[in-house]
Design a protein around this ligand. Structure first.
Ligand SMILES: [Zn+2]
Length: 261
C-alpha cells in the first residue's frame, strides 16, 4: 500500500527529471508513478547528523519533493568523519543552514523547511504536521518519545533508526497497526548514551540507507517495509537479524488507555 495513493493528482516530471532518474526508473516494478509519488511527498527528519543527514541526502538524490529538517547547533570537527552534507569550510557554521545549502545543490527545486532547533514539546506537533512521514535519527530518547507521540497522534508513519559503534537498529511504526517506540522501550535503556557515543561513517550510512529505503517504500508502496519488525545489524560480525515485535497492551502512547485521553 502506498501512502500517496489516495491523492488525486500526482506532479508531472520534467524532461530533466526523467533523465535524472532514468536508472532508478529501471528498477523492476518501480515505475514512473513511484517517482511521481516521491515528488509529491514530504519527509520530516529529526536530527540531521551522520544518520539523519545521510537520510536527507539519499532522499534528495532519489527525488523526494520536500524535507522538514530539525537540528540545532553548528558543524563541529568531530562531525566531519560521517556527515556527507558538510565540509571543512563549514566548521563553526549553523548546521541546518549548511545542510540547506548542500541539499539545494543536489536538487534546487527541493522544498525545504529548516528548523534550527532540535525537537521539543513546542515544535514537535508543527513539524510532524508538515510531513507525510517522519524519520527519527535523534540520539536523544526524550526527542524520540516526542516524535513517537506526535506520529501516533497525527497517524503518520515513523521510521525509527539508531546506531552506536558498529551496531544499528531500525523499525517502521505504523500507528494503529504496529508497536510504537514506547511499546518497544517504555523507558530509555540504561546503556544508552546521548553524547559522545562511538560512531564511524560506515554504520551511520548503513542505518541511514535502511531508513531512507523504508521512507521510499512507504511513499511508493514498493517492496516490503520493517513494519512490526525490528532490524538489528552489527557490522563487526556482519550479523543482520529481523525480530518480530508485539504491541504492549498497556502502552501509554498507543494502547487502549491512551485512546481515551
Ligand atoms: Zn505503543
Amino acid at each position: 500500500m502506498s501512502l500517496i495513493a489516495e491523492r488525486e493528482e500526482l506532479p508531472q516530471l520534467s524532461e530533466f527529471e526523467l533523465k535524472l532518474f532514468a536508472r532508478q526508473l529501471q528498477l523492476p516494478d518501480f515505475g514512473l508513478e513511484s517517482q511521481q509519488k516521491l515528488k509529491a511527498a514530504t519527509v520530516m527528519i529529526s536530527r540531521v547528523g551522520g544518520l539523519g543527514g545521510t537520510v536527507a541526502m539519499l532522499l534528495a538524490r532519489a527525488g523526494i519533493g520536500g524535507l522538514v529538517l530539525a537540528h540545532n547547533g553548528v558543524i563541529e570537527h568531530e562531525n566531519l568523519n560521517r556527515m556527507h552534507l558538510a565540509f571543512r569550510e563549514h566548521l563553526g557554521k549553523p548546521r541546518i543552514e549548511v545542510f540547506r545549502e548542500t541539499l539545494l545543490k543536489i536538487n534546487p527545486e527541493l522544498k525545504l523547511v529548516c528548523e534550527p532547533d532540535n525537537v521539543t514539546e513546542e515544535n514537535a506537533s508543527r513539524l510532524v504536521a508538515q510531513a507525510d512521514i517522519v524519520v527519527d535519527g535523534s540520539p536523544s530518547f526524550e526527542e524520540r518519545y516526542l516524535m513517537n507521540r506526535e506520529a501516533v497522534r497525527q497517524n503518520k508513519p515513523l521510521v525509527m533508526a539508531a546506531m552506536s559503534g558498529l551496531e544499528g537498529y531500525a523499525t517502521t511504526i505504523l500507528p494503529g497497526a504496529t508497536p510504537c517506540l514506547s511499546c518497544i522501550y517504555p523507558e530509555p535503556p540504561e546503556y544508552w548514551t546521548v553524547l559522545g557515543f562511538p560512531v564511524i561513517a560506515t554504520s551511520s550510512v548503513l542505518v541511514a540507507t535502511i531508513a531512507a529505503m523504508e521512507a521510499i517504500k512507504l511513499i511508493t508502496g514498493y517492496g516490503e517495509t520493517l513494519a512490526g519488525q525490528l532490524l538489528y545489524c552489527d557490522l563487526s560480525s556482519n550479523i543482520f537479524q529481523r525480530m518480530q515485535i508485539e504491541p504492549r497492551p498497556d502502552c501509554a502512547v498507543c494502547g487502549p488507555a491512551a485512546q481515551t485521553v
